[in-house]
Write a protein that binds this ligand. Structure first.
Ligand SMILES: C[S@@+](CC[C@H](N)C(=O)[O-])C[C@H]1O[C@@H](n2cnc3c(N)ncnc32)[C@H](O)[C@@H]1O
Length: 267
């Protein structure tokens, strides 16, 4: 067991209530948060740091372990464009709300005039940045306002059947979102080399990088069938429902987090 993990579970995760959101198991949020904690081992977060997080999302999955790691004298500025639904509930339950400054803004244009952070973090958020142009714009903003930038994202690699089950369902999401809303979200994961190229296009350089296996179940590929059934285009709906049925059969027998790629970058 990695150092500090037992303490994080005992002091923080145990305070966060279980959730009743079938077919996800009641501890899905705890498992996902533990995965973010493991990812952050590679980010060299230290006590007292002033950290910027971009794309924190509705459940503060990375924000909570980050706020834990910066300690009582550190701060996390958590940026998010639109999804805040459970953020306050989760950060309050974790007992870490006072270390976090939530900021509703677009990461393509951050409201900081200079390098105001020791570290900027984007964990499992590249997938939400729509296209290459947006990704480069956000990376260049992170590099502009922070000394170091840590980027981590799942990789399009399956080393076993359970990781294949995750990718099978996850890879339908980009097309489902596009058919439903006319815009992409949850892009197919990029290879690590591609993430490095995007960093360079943003004017940064890769200081260190690597991949690791979280070795945990992964629940967040799940998307309810009812959503897919709302697609207006009849042919697309039938096609995606058929693919969803097949992918869900495999997913419900167990899905595992695929390997994660990470990069420490600077300008
Ligand atoms: C996959 S989600 C949450 C990732 C989260 N960090 C985690 O650990 O699971 C990525 C988030 O990025 C947000 N997002 C997308 N584009 C953004 C932008 N331009 N500025 C700020 N947030 C953005 C989305 O609203 C979404 O909530």
């Amino acid at each position: 067991m990695p150092a500090g993990e037992e303490r994080f579970k005992r002091e923080i995760l145990s305070r966060i209530p279980l959730r009743n959101e079938p077919p996800l198991p009641p501890d899905w949020l705890h498992v996902e948060m533990l995965e973010r904690f493991r990812v952050l081992r590679f980010a060299s977060v230290k006590g007292g740091m002033n950290v910027l997080e971009v794309g924190c999302g509705a459940h503060a999955l990375t924000t909570v372990p980050l706020a834990y790691l910066v300690g009582e004298t550190g701060r996390v500025v958590a940026v998010e464009l639109s999804r805040w639904r459970f953020f306050e509930e989760v950060t309050t339950a974790a007992g870490l709300k006072h270390r976090i400054i939530p900021l509703k803004t677009d990461a393509r244009e951050l409201p900081f005039p200079f390098k105001a952070f020791d570290l900027a973090v984007l964990v499992h958020g590249v997938r939400s940045l729509k296209n290459g142009e947006t990704i480069v714009k956000v990376f260049s903003e992170l590099l502009r306002v922070s000394e170091r930038v840590f980027i981590a994202e799942s990789l399009p690699i399956a080393n076993n059947e359970r990781q294949k089950a995750h990718l099978g369902l996850y890879n339908l999401r980009e097309e489902i979102f596009e058919a439903l809303f006319g815009r992409k979200d949850d892009l197919h994961y990029f290879p690590l080399e591609k993430l490095g190229e995007l960093v360079e296009n943003a004017g940064g350089h890769v200081i260190k990088s690597g991949t690791f296996e979280p070795a945990l179940p992964h629940y967040l590929a799940y998307i309810p069938r009812e959503y897919v059934a709302q697609i207006k285009d009849e042919k697309k709906r039938a096609e995606l429902l058929e693919q969803w049925d097949k992918a869900y059969e495999r997913w419900k027998r167990g899905a595992e987090h695929p390997p994660v790629g990470w990069l420490v970058t600077g300008s």
